[in-house]
Design a protein around this ligand. Sequence first.
Ligand code: HEM
Length: 505
Amino acid sequence: MDLLLLEKALISLFFTVILAILISKLRSKRFKLPPGPIPVPVFGNWLQVGDDLNHRNLSDLAKKFGDIFMLRMGQRNLVVVSSPELAKEVLHTQGVEFGSRTRNVVFDIFTGKGQDMVFTVYGEHWRKMRRIMTVPFFTNKVVQQYRHGWEDEVARVVEDVRKIPEAATNGIVLRRRLQLMMYNNMYRIMFDRRFESEDDPLFVKLKALNGERSRLAQSFEYNYGDFIPILRPFLRGYLKLCKEVKEMRLQLFKDYFLEERKNLASTTRSDNNALKCAIDHILDAQQKGEINEDNVLYIVENINVAAIETTLWSIEWGIAELVNHPEIQQKLRNEIDSVLGRGVPVTEPDTHKLPYLQAVIKETLRLRMAIPLLVPHMNLHDAKLGGYDIPAESKILVNAWWLANNPAQWKNPEEFRPERFFEEEAKVEANGNDFRYLPFGVGRRSCPGIILALPILGITLGRLVQNFELLPPPGQAKLDTSEKGGQFSLHILKHSTIVAKPRVF
Ligand code: HEM
């Protein structure tokens, strides 16, 4: 390490310690803060609780400190909420007060300090972005317009897998083909285009850059520089890489997708709404001066992450659970065969006639929530929660995974049992009608993509189970379902090899 840098860091550390002690003395007089481990100057609780603040570790801390607790992570306040009552308070009753988002040094880079929709604070910009995005993305009309495309995409997956002899014997990493499908499902909506194969160079580039964006943003390895500003110089290399990835991605969106649509719009009549894809609507808003070009690019960025990855992870989890629970898989297949008839392809309208399929999806989203801590919320101003004072700009995590997996609230929550949604949990829906079950959040900042995600999950899982017997690879009794948690995400650690034995109709 550079000596001058070390000297500067030590001097800053000294003054920060003094400042932190002064601030904490002032604060402790004014505020009744939520319980939590006792922080030390500068580092707060960071050295005690470590970096890996995933949903399970935060659930363990809730058992120790209660349904609301606070961690001081260097300069940042982190408040974790772990009961349905407090979740209701954050997301519904005080939805405006807690309806902003925090970002950290890395999310600042990837979202241009909140020029997007997902990570912007609650206010005018967010309202405008949500309004502009609703018609092209988040209505039932969009579902009806694009569902044939999604049915076509999964039909191609089935056709391709049937053609690979190895799929029926040693198995294949099914996720790879499903990833192409998910990109096509969303790129059809966004840009009215699709990628022909997994080898399409543009798809390969896009997938790699999006993968890097997720890895860099969800990693815990940059926490130290985010929590403790004087350590930030050591994060220089990491942040430089984030900036490069961000620039390359936005440039790719611009050069290969936006420009193409703009050129098309200038050569064809674009007054026919039926022929417009999502980006045409967004570009209209830009032309009217409602948003700027950066906002357009960040909308594309948001959809690439919020829509494609979450849905793909959920499909992957659903398949893994069905492989590991063959009796549930068979029961689902029997339902599809008996309601639709053998070999009649599952379509979007059919998914509403298949209650067991719906229960399998709900159970997957309960046990294997893709965004188990929701997207972090934030209060812009000092606030009250559960009888405690919450200092302005605290990061508020709602541990939605624990709400849906707490044995005090759910019968044998560790069990994958879709039947619970016909029995003791028959009234619970994925739309947030019960504060114990919030896979898409609820309230102002809830997921608007639920309207697309549920039918895509239904069509995809339905078609796969209808067409294949899904099994672990030879010599393996079960798939490895170890988890990989991130800043607020959860996906399967290892992409499984799956045997897909085609059914004959
Ligand atoms: C299974 C798939 C999905 C899951 C589990 C999921 C889950 C979530 C969750 C938990 C949130 C945060 C809620 C909160 O902070 O209170 C969220 C936000 C969001 N999701 Fe999804 N999502 C999925 C699919 C999608 C899709 C397909 C789209 C778009 C087409 C989408 C777009 C968004 C957007 C734009 C936000 C930010 C909303 C805001 O900040 O106002 N999501 N999602």
